[in-house]
Design a protein. Structure first.
Length: 295
């Protein structure tokens, strides 16, 4: 299932969070969620299945941190391809033919030179390995998400293109800064992000996560994207701003309030709407209900 074809049929419903659902399924703080593709595929499969039953038309693989740098922290640096292939295979088992599987690429967790020690060529090669393994495992296309740096975003887009991804979603994590503007942690505006992403080869531009982002902020981002490009727009919001409880972020926005906010974001022009941190199958079910029946 190609996401771009799906977008031509109307507003597409994405899925909710994977990370916070893994914690609910028993993943300990500091444990590697991506390892569960190899060791607990049944639990990943049930999370995907719950989202599809809730109404998700596009689901995201459990491979957010499955790049060499993040996996290295858990002694899995030599398993990058295996972890990603497994992530896509599990999502495909849940999806069948009717649901689009987005192969997930998250940030490498470090900074590119000269800010940090990571070489741009290495990064592109590693993201290409990740994207290729996701596609080999059956992902319909690639989503690059929660990016803050525009150079890392563009490198990941070029890597996905090098791996011959049928479509590429490029999504950055914005937040509202004290002067009221919306920027990524690295100071990138929605307009800059959309322009650079499309130039690098993205088919869909997006925004996800963001600690202090409200639905109204995402409507602003959607408007800024639309002024910059006519490509489809994907918005995945958190379930509100988190409270820190025993070292863990707790998200309290109700499924109904989340659905209501995302309905507004869709009305502002977003083509694909879903959830990020703290959203659950109940949030997606409420969103699907509201978008399909208006209740
Ligand atoms: Zn998030």
């Amino acid at each position: 299932m190609n996401l771009l074809d799906l977008c031509r049929t109307g507003v597409v419903i994405g899925d909710g969070a994977m990370g916070t659902e893994l914690q609910r399924a028993g993943l300990a703080v500091g444990e590697c969620g991506d390892r569960w593709n190899l060791e607990r595929p049944d639990r990943i499969l049930s999370i995907h299945t719950a989202y599809i039953e809730a109404g998700s038309q596009a689901i995201v693989t459990n491979s957010f941190g499955a790049n060499r740098w993040v996996l290295d922290r858990y002694g899995l640096a030599d398993r990058v391809a295996a972890v990603n292939r497994a992530a896509a295979t599990i999502a495909g088992q849940a999806a069948g033919a009717a649901v689009c599987v987005l192969g997930d690429i998250g940030p490498c967790g470090g900074f590119l030179r000269p800010l940090g020690a990571i070489d741009a060529g290495d990064l592109q090669a590693e993201f290409t390995v990740q994207a290729a393994a996701l596609l080999e495992g059956g992902a319909s296309g690639i989503i690059i998400e929660t990016m803050s740096a525009i150079d890392e975003l563009c490198i990941a887009i070029r890597a996905a293109a090098a791996a011959r991804a049928p479509f590429i979603v490029a999504s950055m994590a914005f937040d509202r800064v004290p002067n009221g503007n919306i920027r990524t942690m690295m100071g990138v505006s929605p307009e800059q992000a959309a322009r650079a992403a499309v130039e690098a080869g993205a088919d869909v531009v997006g925004a996800n996560c963001g600690t202090h982002m409200t639905a109204a902020d995402f409507e602003r981002v959607t408007g800024a994207f639309r002024q910059t490009t006519d490509r489809p727009i994907m918005i995945q919001s958190n379930a509100g701003s988190p409270d820190l409880v025993d070292g863990r972020a707790v998200y309290r926005l109700s499924p109904e309030a989340f659905a209501d906010g995302m309905k507004g974001v869709a009305a502002a022009g977003a083509n694909i709407v879903g959830g990020c941190c703290g959203t659950t199958p109940a949030h997606i079910a409420a969103l699907a209900r509201l978008l399909t029946t208006g209740a």
